[in-house]
Design a protein around this ligand. Structure first.
Ligand SMILES: Nc1ncnc2c1ncn2[C@@H]1O[C@H](COP(=O)(O)OP(=O)(O)OP(=O)(O)O)[C@@H](O)[C@H]1O
Ligand SMILES: [Mg+2]
Length: 368
């Protein structure tokens, strides 16, 4: 097996209008355990590249209709295929062609007739580089998630305790009344640290979170309690209309401290003082649908479309200038999906033709 292979064979798309070339190249690469796909023209190549992500594309330059350069240009225009390295197979060695190849996004070129060991080495170099880059991007994503959990989700219980201690130092009754809340907050902070450890382990081994069936209402109440000071500060009227027998299958710590907490924090953050937030649930077959509806500022299409993408900036300050990292929603979606659930957002800005205003988050979760 080629060295770059860890869990999946390296797949190579060979594009050449001469079938014998595909055959020669194909059997050379197959003998090294590469997985081969072939196309005989540019149009076919674009179609195959769009259907399945390849590690590398070997692209003949001289082809009828769409030539190699034009094909490469199109590959680089598509979000899906733009990062796949393209090596040009060229019979011509004129400098002009080489430059053109790099200009349209090729990473390398090999002249025909090619030298087998040289070609193999080049393929290996570029596929290794690509896989390493993808891994780094992935770990950068995990790093951002980790920063969000540490700053935002772990911050909530810590600040809750701090707030109670501050007020409680002057008012002992207040302190006594809130011992339960502090205990819950500290327990949650400890659980979040465990979640962080689990997340690290998940990355290594692709474990799944252990989900269990819980009554939904107490989970929402626990989450709301942790951000009680935020609710009070903005004088938000929170209505939890969830029957006690409604159940959801989730992982408890992440559901309370990341999913519900982030959604409630957002609903509060982007609502004006004195607003309402309505939380309701509905049973649909074996699923539970939870709706969190706020009547705040809503979001423009540009934010809504990128809400779950970690690398696009969607963060805005809240109505009282609250700051954020913009990593909350991607993490919320990740956790919901890991329980086998789905999330959907509807949002209307002021002046929307529907007459609606605010944001509605709908989560569908398994109930058994
Ligand atoms: N309920 C909502 N109402 C209006 N806009 C929202 C709402 N929820 C999210 N958004 C928009 O989506 C953006 C991204 O939300 P997300 O929770 O991912 O990050 P954030 O709240 O900005 O930062 P963080 O969650 O890290 O504090 C927000 O900044 C805001 O622009
Ligand atoms: Mg947020």
């Amino acid at each position: 097996m080629p060295e770059t292979i860890k869990d999946m064979p390296v797949s190579v798309l060979i594009v050449d209008d001469t079938p014998e070339n595909i055959q020669v190249l194909g059997s050379l690469l197959e003998s090294k355990n590469y997985k081969i796909y072939a196309a005989q023209n540019g149009v076919q190549a674009l179609k195959i590249a769009d259907e399945k992500i390849h590690d590398i594309i070997l692209l003949d330059v001289m082809m009828p209709e769409l030539n190699g350069f034009e094909t490469c240009k199109k590959l680089k225009e598509s979000e899906k295929t733009k990062n796949i390295p393209v090596i040009f197979l060229t019979a011509k060695v004129e400098t002009e062609d080489i430059v053109k190849g790099f200009e349209v996004g090729g990473v390398d070129y090999v002249t025909k007739p090619f030298n087998s060991s040289e070609l193999l080495k080049r393929i290996e170099t570029h596929t290794t580089l690509r896989r390493t880059t993808e891994r780094l991007k992935q770990s950068n994503t995990s790093f951002k998630e980790l920063v969000h959990i540490l700053c935002h989700d772990l911050g909530n219980p810590i600040y809750a305790v701090q707030g109670i201690l501050e007020l409680g130092s002057e008012d002992k009754d207040f302190m006594l009344d809130n011992i339960d809340t502090m205990q819950t907050a500290i327990k949650n902070a400890g659980n979040i640290i465990e979640v962080i450890k689990t997340l690290r382990a998940l990355e290594e081994s692709k474990l799944k979170f252990e989900t269990e069936v819980f009554q939904l209402k107490p989970l929402i109440e626990e989450s709301a309690k942790i951000i009680d000071s935020k609710i009070k500060e903005k004088n938000i009227k929170m209505d939890i209309d969830v029957p006690i027998d409604v159940k959801v299958k989730v992982e408890k710590t992440t559901f309370i401290n990341s999913v519900i907490n982030n959604l409630l924090t957002n609903a509060i953050k982007f609502s004006e003082k004195g607003s309402s937030i309505n939380i309701s649930s509905q049973s649909v077959n074996d699923n539970t649908q939870l709706t969190i509806r706020d009547f705040g500022m809503g979001m423009p299409k540009s934010i809504k479309e990128n809400l779950f993408k970690l690398n696009s900036v969607t963060t805005r300050t809240g109505t009282e200038n609250e700051q954020g990292t913009g990593f909350g929603m991607p993490l919320v979606k990740k956790f919901i999906n890991s329980y086998g659930g789905e999330i959907e957002i509807n949002s209307w800005e002021k002046g929307d033709t529907s007459g609606e205003v605010g944001t509605e988050v709908k989560i569908t979760l398994k109930s058994s």
